[in-house]
Design a protein around this ligand. Sequence first.
Ligand code: NAD
Length: 416
Amino acid sequence: METTPSPWQVAVEQFNTAASQLGIEDYIQHRLAECERILIVTFPVRMADDKVRIFTGFRSQHNTARGPAKGGIRYHPNVSLDEVKALSMWMTWKCAVVGIPFGGGKGGVICDPTEMTSVEVERMTRRFATSLQGFIGPESDIPAPDVNTNAQTMAWIMDTLSMHEGHTLLPLVTGKPVALGGSLGRADATGRGVSFVTAQAAKHLGIPLAGIPTIVQGFGNVGSTSAFLLHDLGCKIVAVSDVYGGIYNSAGFDPRQVMEHVRKTKSVVNFPNTQPVTNAELLELPCDLLVPAALESQLTGQNAPRVKAKMIVEGANGPTTPEADRILNDKGVFLVPDILANAGGVTVSYFEWVQDLQSFFWTEEEINARLKRIMDESFEAVWGIAQEQHVDMRTAAYLLAIGRVAEAERVRGIYP
Ligand code: NAD
C-alpha cells in the first residue's frame, strides 16, 4: 500500500502517465516535468507584540509557453516548495484544459493566519508582495486568492506594488474586490464551475441530480458556493465539513443556513439537527456525489475502497492520490478531475484580467454565460477524448491539456 505521496510526486506521476500516452518529444516531456522558474523568499514582519518574525514564501512558475503564469497564493502552515510546485503544474494544465491563454503559477507563505491579527496578515502580505516585485506582473505572472487568502489580500498586493510603480496596476492580480477592478462573479466562479460540470456529468451519465445525496468537504470559498449551487440544482446536501469537523443528516439540510451558522460561530460544527462526523468519516458516508473542496491528498489508497460516492467532482486541487484514483476507477466511480472541475475560478480570473486591461467591465450575466460556455465546451472536449480513447476523465483532461501545452512549446521552438 502507498505511503501518501507528496503533491509534487502526484503531479509528476499524473503528468508522466499522460505524456507517455501522447508520445510527445522527450525534450518537451522533460521540460514539462520541471518548473520554469521558482522564487524562495524569507522576509521579516513586525508582529503585534513588537517582536520581529521571519516568514518564508514561495512563487513557482511551472510553464509560460501559452501565456503569463497564473495561480493563487496560499497562506497555510503546511505550505512547502513541493506543494507550491505541484499546484503551479496543475495550473498549467487547468488553463490549457479550458483554453485560456495562461501558463501555471502558484505561491504561498508558511504561516497560520488564523493565529495572526488582521494587521499582521496585512503587513506580511505587503512585505511578501514586495519580495515578489519583478517576479510577478500583469504580463508575466498574475496571482489570485487560494486557501486562507481572499479579495482583501489581493487588494493589499495590488496596492503595495502600485505604490512602488507609482501608478495603479489593476491587472496585477485577480480575485480583487469589485471596487478595485475585480470582476463580478469572481467570488462564486469556482463553485459555479463545479456546479456546471456536475450538471454536465449527470446529463451524460443519465443520473438525475434531483434528491441525490451529496457531500462537500471544506466549506470555504469553493466548498460553500458548490454546496449552495448544487442545492439549487436539486442535490440533497447531507454532509459538509471544515477544518474543525463535519456535520451529517441523511435527510439533508440547506447549506445557506449552515453558512448563517458559520457566520455566527466560525464553523459548521454544531449546526442544529445534524450529527458530528470527523473529516475522515465524512468521505466514507453514504452518498452519490462527493465534492472534496478542502485540501490535497484527502482520498488515498487507505480510504478509497470505502468511499461510497458514484460521482466525485474535485473542487479542491489534488484531493485524490494516484492509488486512490486507480481504486475509484476500478470501482466504476465517475470522477471529474480538478483541472477541469475547479477551472471556473481561473476562467473568471482571466475575464477579470481582460476587463482590467481594457478598462471595460462586463455584466454578471455576461460573465456567468461566458463561464458556462467555456465550462460546458471543456467538459464536452474531455468527455469526447475519454470516450474515444477509452480512458478515465483525468487522463482525458491531461491528454487535452498536455497536448495543447506541448504544441505551444513545439511551435515556439528553442531559443536561441
Ligand atoms: P478556503 O480557505 O476559502 O476554504 C478552505 C476550506 O477547507 C475551509 O472551510 C477550511 O476550514 C477547510 N479545511 C482546511 N483544512 C481542512 C482539513 N484538513 N479538512 C477539512 N477541511 C479543511 O479555500 P478555497 O479557496 O475554498 O480552496 C479550497 C480548495 O479549492 C483548495 O484546494 C484550492 O486550491 C482549491 N481551489 C480554489 C479556487 C478558488 O477560486 N478559491 C480555485 C480552484 C481551486
